[in-house]
Ligand binder design. Structure first.
Ligand code: NHR
Ligand code: GAR
Length: 222
């Protein structure tokens, strides 16, 4: 299980669609641990994504592969795979990437493709998670980092963070509270992966071979 580091930074590719604040937090934490993280490239389906500028600002290469330029998902994902594989990453990181990926794509990166989703999965897979949590009068919400399976937002869970939901919350307020936790848990999950500390048994993710309390982060800050 433990694939210990050889001292070289751990190569990852990050896929984004939008603001890229999770990408920023990966950038900010990439030297915090051994091995460090090498972001080989950032790929966006959206040419307007602000995350592209965040990458450029720190000298990380960027590629736009616009889904509107492709006739179907299969051809789009094939183009994504070609670009990703050029960089030979050990891990592919979805950070606010908004396109559902084909089974072919997911299988190609099996065990080395992760996503962050803004809900406490298995609650609220898909879109509009914060609105749905508020409408359900949930007392808590959160975010989940998981391995990606073909079925959307259903893969084995690496780490989750919980936050309170207040009765007065707008969707935006709740999203901001959750996002602050995303910025803490995603670099941590990537660190664990890079250090070879994660394994999957019976669809459950183990940290250092055990189910660990570190895989649930509870925040009561506002
Ligand atoms: N692909 C697979 N196969 N499995 C997962 O678990 C995936 C995935 C692709 C993206 C991120 C996911 C999220 O965290 C993710 C997980 C987009 C949609 C969606 O409906 C759903 C889930 C996620 C991302 N996208 C629309 C589509 O038709 C487009 C929406 C838009 O462009 O705004 O692809 O939430
Ligand atoms: C994050 O909240 C992420 O969990 C969510 O979008 C936001 C992206 O923010 N992802 C999805 O909803 C995927 N469908 P960012 O671009 O600032 O990292």
């Amino acid at each position: 299980m433990s694939k210990s580091s050889d001292g070289n930074p751990f190569p990852i590719v990050v896929l984004i669609s939008g603001s890229g604040s999770n990408l920023q937090s990966i950038i900010d934490h990439r030297q915090d641990f051994e091995p460090g993280i090498d972001i080989c490239t950032v790929i966006s389906n959206n040419p307007e994504a602000y995350g592209l500028q965040r990458a450029s600002q720190v000298g990380v290469s960027t590629t736009v592969i616009n889904h509107q330029d492709y006739p179907n998902r299969s051809r789009y994902d094939a183009a994504l795979m070609t670009e990703i594989d050029r960089h030979q990453p050990m891990l592919v990181v979805l950070a606010g990437f908004m396109r559902i990926l084909t089974t072919e794509f997911v299988n190609h990166y099996s065990g080395r493709l992760i996503n962050i989703h803004p809900s406490l999965l298995p609650l609220y897979p898909g879109l509009n998670t914060h609105q749905r949590a508020i409408e359900s009068a949930d007392k808590e919400a959160g975010a989940t980092v998981h391995f990606v399976k073909p079925e959307v937002d259903a893969g084995p869970i690496i780490i989750q963070a919980r936050v309170p939901v207040y009765g007065t919350d707008s969707r935006q307020q709740l999203a901001a509270r959750v996002l602050a936790q995303e910025h803490l848990i995603y670099p941590r999950a990537i660190q664990w992966f890079a250090q070879g500390r994660l394994s999957v048994r019976n669809d459950k993710v183990l940290l250092d071979g055990n189910e660990s309390s570190k895989q649930m982060v509870i925040s009561d800050e506002i």
